[in-house]
Design a protein around this ligand. Sequence first.
Ligand code: SF4
Length: 130
Amino acid sequence: MSTLNSSVDRDRPSTWRPYTDGACNTCVASCCMLPVEVKASDLIRLNLTTADEIENSIKKTAKRLKKEGVISSYREGSEFFMLTQKSNNDCYFLDSKTRRCTVYENRPDTCRGFPMKLGPRISFCPVVKN
Ligand code: SF4
């Protein structure tokens, strides 16, 4: 393990590294092992629900998605859904072998904005090289 890898702790943003162009090409998709909260609009874009279903009952939609294993929780106040993480912390949509997002074209806004617009430490990421 390189010095870079051993000093980055995903759970401690103070240890993260400045994001650089191309860093993702050789990373293990470390950011896809962080908790990801998404909005109903993201779930609609992912074809996991419809605007009608959300309008009918966002709570029932959350209950169904939780039962199906897509989300782990739903926060009523903020209307944020937490995507399920696998036992190794991988995102529900991360291909464990290729380390690539399986829904990249339709990925949630949270993922699109990370780390330059969103995240606990803007412009820093928990890069861990392959
Ligand atoms: S949806 Fe895709 S980009 Fe977003 S955390 Fe999951 S695997 Fe990564």
